[in-house]
Write a protein that binds this ligand. Structure first.
Ligand code: NCD
Length: 305
């Protein structure tokens, strides 16, 4: 349920009626000739990013401005905010609370957004908390699947790569479990999806299998969702090197895919998808990234207006 003004976990959004409302508004924003709206005029929103970001930060910052709100920002907050002097996240959140109407937060610690909520009277938006969650990404991923495929019903969806550490995956799974689709978790064994997620899927009756190769799967799926191996979450570079190139999708793989399948990736990609794949109409990851702007506009409006 999304009675909360904060967006901390995708679990707040597991309600198809609310999702439909947000996506209807997303479509309006996307189809507008001049996507400038004054719905948040007079508000000020802060983006506070302690981890690198291109799409999430810039799409949020664009969304804030396209809605008529104003932005204050510190990228690389670990280095350029008072965190560099030893200030705690709690104190930083309390302080920024005195200035702005909402805070978009990315932080390397799992649970950081939940912690921030305890010290915040203004909405906190979780833009990624370590290997925890990335709820706004999951919402834009779902929007993109529905836009491309019409509905989720009966789809075979492969989630590939670093399922252990990938926060986009952790949030997306909960959304997919709302619909009648079948999931394939494809990862090297040490990066396979945690038991806890598997248990939740069993309880919700979602069909899924875990595999360490995709040979039998590529021709079956309607959605291939590739992810980056999360280098920053590994304890040793050797452990990372051992798994980093486990699943590389190349041009030859396109022939194995259904003609109406789609290939997605939250980006950034490292090696997971060869650039030659980009020209195929089934490669929709840049459209997916673009949808981030419109979904985030709809979400900011939802929590702030
Ligand atoms: C993802 C993230 O930060 O979790 N990127 C994004 O927000 N689009 C995925 C990643 O970094 O691999």
């Amino acid at each position: 349920m999304t009675d909360s003004k904060h967006i901390v976990s995708i679990k707040q959004y597991l309600d198809t009626a609310i999702l439909e409302r947000i996506f209807a508004r997303t479509k309006e924003f996307k189809s507008a000739e001049q996507p400038n709206f004054a719905v948040l005029r007079g508000k000020v929103v802060a983006t506070l990013f302690y981890e690198p970001s291109t799409r999430t930060r810039l799409s949020f910052e664009t969304a804030i401005q396209r809605l008529g709100a104003q932005l204050v920002s510190t990228e690389n907050a670990g280095q350029f905010s008072s965190a560099a002097k030893g200030e705690t996240l709690e104190d930083t959140i309390r302080t920024i609370n005195g200035y702005v109407d909402a805070i978009v937060l990315r932080h390397p610690s799992l649970g950081a957004a939940e912690l921030a909520v305890k010290y915040s009277d203004v909405p906190i938006v979780n833009a990624g908390d370590g290997a925890g969650e990335h709820p706004t990404q999951a919402l834009l991923d779902l929007f993109t699947v529905v836009e491309a495929k019409g509905s989720l019903k009966g789809l075979n969806i492969a989630l590939v790569g670093d399922l252990l550490n990938g926060r986009t995956i952790h949030s997306l799974i909960h959304l997919l479990a709302l619909y009648d689709c079948e999931l394939y978790f494809i990862a090297p064994e040490q990066l396979q999806i945690q038991e806890a997620y598997q248990d939740e899927l069993k309880q919700s009756g979602t069909k899924f299998t875990c595999r360490n190769n995709w040979d039998d799967v590529l021709g079956e799926v309607d959605v291939l969702y590739q992810t980056r191996v999360q280098k920053e979450r590994f304890e040793s570079i050797d452990d990372y090197n051992a798994v980093k190139d486990s699943f590389i999708f190349g041009v030859a793989d396109l022939q194995k895919m259904k003609t109406d399948a789609v290939i997605m990736h939250p980006l950034p990609r490292v090696n997971e998808i060869a650039p030659e794949v980009d020209d195929d109409p089934r490669a929709i990851y840049f459209e997916q990234a673009k949808n981030g702007l419109y979904v985030r506009m709809a979400l900011l409006e939802h929590i702030l207006s």
